[in-house]
Design a protein around this ligand. Structure first.
Ligand SMILES: [Cu+2]
Length: 160
């Protein structure tokens, strides 16, 4: 009889978990689909920051990633001055959904791919070329779009 109780719990728990997890995902997936159809990201809320330079000459900015966004998602930094990205997973982010932050712009001194954790990790670089460069998360669940397509992307704007 004890076993019967346990197996009932074991059956119901995953059902509940998958309902809450995938129920949310479906809702957000629909929104992302609308965005992609138009190829217009104006629906995505822009969280812009012009990074201040600290007394030691370093431009520091904290970036949080979650389902499915980066905050901030538009980051303005000055060229040829050191930058430190303090990156971490959002505290309310679902623990079993992995996120990363990727920038592939070696021509501008920025080339990294970091798995986000709850703890802050520091990415140091010096942007060497004025321009706009994308950053994004390339994770994806099976049969689903990439997190980038769901909204986990942003822009680094390097200015004079
Ligand atoms: Cu992600």
């Amino acid at each position: 009889m004890k076993y019967a109780k346990y197996s009932a719990v074991l059956l119901v728990l995953p059902l509940l978990l998958s309902y809450t997890a995938f129920g949310q995902e479906t809702n957000k997936g629909v929104k992302a689909e609308e965005k992609q159809m138009t190829h217009d990201h104006s629906a995505m809320q822009e969280k812009r920051v012009v990074v201040a330079t600290d007394a030691d000459g370093v431009q520091r900015v904290e970036i949080v990633g979650g389902e499915y966004y980066f905050d901030p998602n538009y980051i303005v930094v000055k060229v040829n001055k050191p930058v430190e990205f303090k990156v971490k997973k959002a505290t309310d982010s679902t623990f079993f959904i992995p996120h990363n932050i990727i920038v592939k712009a070696p021509e501008a001194g920025m080339d990294f791919n970091i798995d986000l954790k709850k703890e802050i990790q520091t990415v140091k670089f010096i942007p060497t070329k004025v321009g706009k460069y994308p950053f994004y998360c390339d994770q994806k669940a099976p049969f689903s779009k990439t997190h980038r397509d769901k909204g986990m992307e942003g822009t680094i704007e390097v200015v004079e």
